[in-house]
Ligand binder design. Structure first.
Ligand SMILES: [Zn+2]
Ligand SMILES: [Zn+2]
Length: 312
């Protein structure tokens, strides 16, 4: 359960609206095209190259490995490891962290520590990837700039975890395995689609949570940052696009809080809970969700200047 200090609520009133003022509708549209354009191009490339440079088996490799690896990030790295949204047996923990590693988004320890720092300083100085420093910076620029995670300050408990330490130390082994599997199935063509194209798609979709979901979309909860809910990222990133919900209730294993907010990761977590594979699944009391929504609406009504324009 997450509580928000009065300081953070005050910040939510003062900061996000000012940050958004620089981006006009045309610029926002161009940025959106820049993010989604390459994804659309991949689909077009698949159609164009059908039967020449791609076959059915490659499409199965692409979709299958995309789904499994992306869920390794959303369920394994994010909801389980970083936010402790549920308890898992050792074998499942190992498997989830290996799948997350296959995304080539850094070792589990680094990923979780960076993300904890993001939540601790969301859209304030020190946030590793706030769009305050530019949309490109939030999307991928912060990685190019060489952000250094600080696990001793953010996520120190992870340093004592032998499974986290082992999977993090052997990170490149799992990356190579994620390339070797599609190569073994369909040679260089399998490596291209199940390996490289899959990495590009997982990268951009999960990075969009940091960029798109702090700029575009709706903010039903006042959270002291500029996090938003965006349905398309929610759809592509296994439910992670309900990012304003997540900033409001960080430990919740479910990011979709209403039936219309499709949350594939949440559905799989529910399935694992029903089959008793995992336990202590963190969920939010619906009464608290309603109360927070009402409080947020009252805050907006009281200070119209703080209302963000919803574009998603
Ligand atoms: Zn965020
Ligand atoms: Zn998070």
């Amino acid at each position: 359960m997450v509580t928000i200090s009065s300081e953070r609520v005050r910040l939510s009133v003062a900061q996000p609206a000012a940050r958004r003022a620089d981006n006009g509708p045309l610029l926002r549209l161009l940025i959106m095209l820049g993010v989604l354009g390459p994804l659309a191009a991949v689909v077009v490339a698949i159609i164009q190259l059908w039967q020449r440079s791609i076959a059915g088996v490659d499409l199965v490799l692409l979709v299958g490995m995309y789904a499994v690896v992306a869920l390794g990030v959303t369920i394994g790295y994010h909801r389980y490891l970083t936010h402790r949204g549920f308890k898992a047996p050792g074998w499942l923990k190992f498997l989830l962290l290996v799948l997350g590693s296959m995304s080539l988004e850094g070792p589990a320890l680094t990923w979780a520590s960076t993300h904890l720092e993001h939540h601790a300083r969301a859209d304030r100085p020190g946030d590793p990837h706030s769009p305050l420093e530019g949309f490109f910076h939030a999307h991928v620029g912060w990685i190019i700039d060489g952000f250094a995670a600080n696990p001793t300050k953010y996520g120190a408990w992870l340093l004592d975890d032998p499974i986290v330490r082992f999977v993090s130390k052997t990170f490149w082994l799992w990356v190579l395995l994620s390339l070797a599997i599609p190569f073994a199935v369909d040679g260089w063509r399998g490596l291209l689609w199940g390996g490289l194209v899959r990495i590009v798609l997982v990268h951009h979709v999960t990075w969009s949570v940091n960029s798109v979901c702090h700029v575009f979309g709706r903010r039903p909860f006042k959270t002291g940052d500029s996090s938003t809910n965006h349905w398309l990222v929610g759809l592509l990133a296994g439910g992670e696009g309900w990012h304003n919900n997540h900033h409001a209730f960080q430990r919740s294993a479910f990011h979709g809080l209403f039936w219309w907010q499709f949350d594939l990761s949440g559905l799989l977590i529910r399935g694992l809970e029903l089959t008793r594979v995992i336990s202590d699944v963190q969920r939010i009391d619906p009464a608290l969700v309603r109360r927070r929504l009402q409080e947020s609406a009252r805050t907006v009504a009281a200070s119209p200047a703080s209302v963000s324009t919803a574009t998603g």
